[in-house]
Design a binder for this molecule. Structure first.
Ligand SMILES: Nc1ncnc2c1ncn2[C@@H]1O[C@H](COP(=O)(O)OP(=O)(O)OP(=O)(O)O)[C@@H](O)[C@H]1O
Length: 272
């Protein structure tokens, strides 16, 4: 199948004698939304690093947008794990978003510069960041910075979008804005999305499949196929209860093994 956006074949990643995962076979289709879940240290970020060409596999192979990782970088958009930008950073939003165009060739003439400016303006307006795009990014709120990061990742029209906890530290309104932007992108442009997260509920309505990594084991499937008591208990090697409440998924039990949010812990009290 040559037309998958991401092809991962019999892939394994080991550090010393610790195997993060092995025997991973996964094809992500254009326009598919894949959530990558798992506790701290299960190798979610490392998987994105492999796809970015920043980390070598120990076994197997991957192809991203038809190429070995690291090649044709412009076809891959990346939203890194959010860190607040330094307050003293004088770079403006327009400059940050423009960095996403590096490596694109429109020539340096006037028309090239005009095209560049036009694209930056369009990307900024697509995330609704016009009003603060000319302010120094270091002075913007976390939510505003994150919208600009989304614009930066999407400006090059990527075939594959890799997101590392893009909702972390955003309030509910901004979580919604950012996840809707990402969903709209994959619907309108067929961009495949790999979305690393600790918390599936904010994106549950968009997710086609889940890759759940735990302690060297993994499961892949639709949210209901993976996020159920039987499968997660097997993955964690201990009893885990998964509840569907009001259209949300709550995971209870095995608290020390799980890294879940307060909502889950709250639910735990009612379950155990
Ligand atoms: N280059 C490296 N050399 C040795 N160990 C590494 C290297 N990169 C990552 N690791 C280890 O691999 C494990 C997985 O790290 P990774 O960041 O992929 O996990 P994660 O699932 O994204 O975790 P989190 O949810 O905490 O962000 C960690 O224990 C980390 O210390």
């Amino acid at each position: 199948m040559g037309d998958a956006a991401v092809e991962i074949e019999d892939a394994g990643l080991r550090f010393g004698d610790r195997t993060l995962w092995s025997g991973l076979d996964l094809q992500v289709a254009p326009g598919e939304f894949l959530a990558v879940l798992g506790p701290n240290g299960s190798g979610k970020t490392s998987l994105l690093r492999v796809l970015l060409g920043l980390q070598q596999l120990s076994a197997g192979s991957v192809r991203v947008a038809g190429n070995p990782p690291g090649r044709e970088n412009r076809k891959v958009g990346y939203i890194p794990q959010q860190r607040a930008l330094d307050e003293s950073l004088t770079l403006r939003g327009v400059d940050l978003v423009g960095l996403g165009l590096d490596g694109h060739r429109w020539g340096l003439g006037v028309s090239g510069l005009r095209e560049r400016r036009r694209r930056i303006a369009r990307a900024i307006s697509s995330v609704g960041a016009e009003s603060y795009a000319r302010s120094p990014v270091g002075r913007l709120s976390g939510g505003e910075q994150q919208r600009l990061r989304v614009a930066q990742a999407l400006i090059g029209d990527p075939d594959v979008l890799l997101c590392d906890e893009p909702l972390a530290s955003l309030d509910l309104t901004h979580q919604r804005v950012v996840s809707e932007l990402i969903d709209e992108r994959r619907r309108t442009a067929g961009t495949a999305v790999l979305f690393v997260t600790h918390e599936i509920n904010p994106i549950l309505e968009y997710v086609d499949r889940v890759l759940y990594l735990v302690n060297g084991h993994f499961e892949i499937g639709a949210p209901d196929e993976v996020m159920n008591s039987r499968v997660l208990s097997e993955l964690y090697g201990t009893h885990v209860e998964v509840l569907r409440i009001g259209g949300q998924i709550h995971v209870a039990g095995a608290q020390s093994a799980l890294c879940e949010d307060e909502v889950h812990h709250h639910v735990d009290q009612h379950v155990s």
